[in-house]
Design a binder for this molecule. Sequence first.
Ligand code: SIN
Length: 296
Amino acid sequence: MQTQSRTQSTETGRLNIQPLTGAMGAEIDGIRLNDLNDETFAAIQNALYQYGAIFFRDQDFTHEEQIAFARRFGELEVHPIVNGLEAHPEIIKVLKPAGDSATFGTGWHSDNSFFERPSLGSVLYGVTIPPQGGDTLFANQYLAYETLSDGLKQTLDGMIAIHTAGPAYTSETAKEKYAGKTPISYRWSDSVHAEVEHPVVRTHPATGRKALYVNQMFTQRFKGWSERESRPLLEYLFEHSCKPDFCCRFRWQPKSVAIWDNRCVQHYALDDYQQYERLLYRVTITGEHPEPRSGE
Ligand code: SIN
C-alpha cells in the first residue's frame, strides 16, 4: 500500500481513486459494481492490492449481485458458526438493532484467521446506517511488519502462531447467539475449539509483500510457547499492529460498499451508535493457506 496525499486523485486503469490516508484505503468513484467488464474488475483488484481496503458509494446491490460480484475474487465462504441468510447462506446479515450494543467485529481482527484457509477478503454492503457512528477502522499490516526493528522481524519471521475461535465464540454474549435469540445467530460447531497454525509473518500471494499476521480476537499463543510466555509479545504486537499511523476510517452511508484484503489488513467495527439501527450484508471470500514466503 502506498502513501499519497488525501486529496490526490489517481487514474489506475479506468478508476478514479481518492486515497483516504497516508497509510491505506481509497474511495473509488464512477463505478457500478454490478455491471463490470473484466478490465475494470482487474483494475479494482489491483486497487485492492495497492490500498488494502477500497470503498464505493451509491451502489445498488441485490443479494444475488453482491454474491456474483464477490465471486469474481474467488470461492465464497459459508461460515461454519455464524448463520447466513436462509436463501443465501454466503451472506451474513450484520444487523445491530436500535437500543442494543454492537457485538459483531467490535475488536481488531482479521476475518476467520482460525480457519485453515482464512478469508481472502470481504465485500460489505451498507443498507441502514446511523446518522453518526458505526464507522469501520482498518489497519495496514504491511506497515505493521515493516516498522518493526530488524531484530524483532528476524525473530518473528520463523515463528508460528496458534489461532482459535474459542474465546471469541464462547464468551458470555455468545451464549444467547447459540440460542437463536440475537439478530446475528450462531450454530454450534466443533470448529469453535479447533486450533490452527499460521505463520506470524505471511507473504501476500499477489503482492509478494510481508505482513504481520496476528490479531487480538483469534491469536492465542506462539507455537512451542505457553500462553503466559506468549502474552507479553502478543500484547506488544496487537498494540503495534493497529497504531493510528497505519489506519484509515470509513464512514458509511446507505449503499456504500467496503472491500478489504484480510491477508494484509485488520479491521474493527466501532460500537458508538447504541440508539440507532445499523444493517449491512457481508459476503466473504475464501483465502489460501498463509505462507511465510510465496511459493513455499
Ligand atoms: C466485520 O466484518 O467484522 C464487521 C465490520 C462492520 O460491521 O463494520
